[in-house]
Design a protein around this ligand. Sequence first.
Ligand SMILES: Cc1cc2nc3c(=O)[nH]c(=O)nc-3n(C[C@H](O)[C@H](O)[C@H](O)COP(=O)(O)OP(=O)(O)OC[C@H]3O[C@@H](n4cnc5c(N)ncnc54)[C@H](O)[C@@H]3O)c2cc1C
Length: 447
Amino acid sequence: MLTIIGGGLAGSEAAWQAAQRGIQVKLYEMRPEVETGAHTGSHLAELVCSNSLGSDLADRAPGVLKNELRRMGSLLLDCASRTAVPAGGALAVDRHEFARLVTTRIEEHPNIEIVRQEVTAIPQKPTIIASGPLTSSSLSRAIANLTGQDHLYFFDAISPIVTLESINMEVAYRASRYDRGEQEGGDYLNGPMTETEYSAFVEALLEAERIELKSFEKQLENGVKAGMHTFFEGCLPVEVIAQRGPNTLAFGPLRPVGLIDPRTGKRPHAVVQLRQDDLAGTLYNLVGFQTNLKFPEQRRVFRMIPGLEEAEFARYGQMHRNTFIFAPVLLRPTLQYRQRPDLFFAGQITGVEGYAGNIATGLLAGWNAARHLQGQEPIQLPKETMLGALCHYITHASAADFQPMKANFGLLPPLNGVGKGRRNKRRRMEMYAERAMRALDGFLHTV
Ligand SMILES: Cc1cc2nc3c(=O)[nH]c(=O)nc-3n(C[C@H](O)[C@H](O)[C@H](O)COP(=O)(O)OP(=O)(O)OC[C@H]3O[C@@H](n4cnc5c(N)ncnc54)[C@H](O)[C@@H]3O)c2cc1C
């Protein structure tokens, strides 16, 4: 018997995968008895915001993940394809039909029992925790007791991440403030701004459209104690700092002191710093740029930063309630809790972002929980696959700046035999995709 907590994207997929392998599953879902504040109905697998699961193009990172899910027999991808609405190269669904279909398929499975009840303690038997970013407060407390308070986060204030290859290095330059870095030439990439560029940037930032905050996030923004976490000054959105005065950013996160531009020999008026985000050095985050701007607005406004004119965003900045554990020390790439091999985590709570990533971790956790219950070793997917790379990232990310991550090519091991630079980008994406499918097919033949 397997207990699964949470009938969202990850929990529903996990239940299906385990049940298909002959395991009896009890799937606990607290809605409609207890609300999350974002879900509106009682169906399983409700999409809380956008109705798009992202790109479905075979040579895009989210598309690669979806093709892997299809090859591994994902229930939710199948339901998504059956309820798809036209969306260009993306996979978007009729959200009501999608959730209704997933609920029906799960309800009809002879090995799954759905229990409409909030779980408030972690069961001492084989369990998958898939309670999502809006995990109820009693369960959050139970998880914090298990992991230690320092290893459970309740709120996300994250800066955007761009790919290194999309940064124009003829404008951006490598330097650490006062040459204090470890790497030759400096640890940071720097986008230098003239006074005119800075003023135009601040103006655009202040006028840009923001995501409307939900009431619990408003509370956090006001610094009101909410649950176990309060919003603090160091996490203010960049646009809120800008609101405090025209020069606040130039004296704050964009201060140029100690960052002479080697091309002019002068100190710029302001500097946006980018810090390496992954071990491979392919991703860089914009330091101090946690933000609430809408995603298209982030693309428009942040591309005004010199050097980022054609930046590609591997992740956008966000501020929202988000319960997630510190996976680098707590989880194995099999999604097992290190201290308890019969306990698994899946979905957003692992630190994997996005609908498709949450479905994917649900698939792996369900499969591995079934293997564990059947006395087999849980599997670890190859790092060349998108799901394998995501699981590797969350369980090996640097402790200092671990943040939730969605599917992107920067997570995959580098390719041999194809040039760098923008000219070869298309070919590189195709090669990443082909290699991922080969790696997955080869692996699936062995299990
Ligand atoms: C407001 C918001 C908007 C988002 N928008 C997007 C977006 O547009 N695109 C995107 O790709 N990602 C988005 N995400 C991120 C993420 O992809 C989704 O939240 C996704 O649904 C997470 O999947 P999950 O299975 O981990 O959690 P969920 O789908 O939230 O499922 C968790 C389930 O567990 C239940 N639950 C919680 N606690 C308990 C308990 N104690 N006992 C029993 N049941 C419990 C909840 O009711 C819920 O049904 C958003 C997140 C948030 C918070």
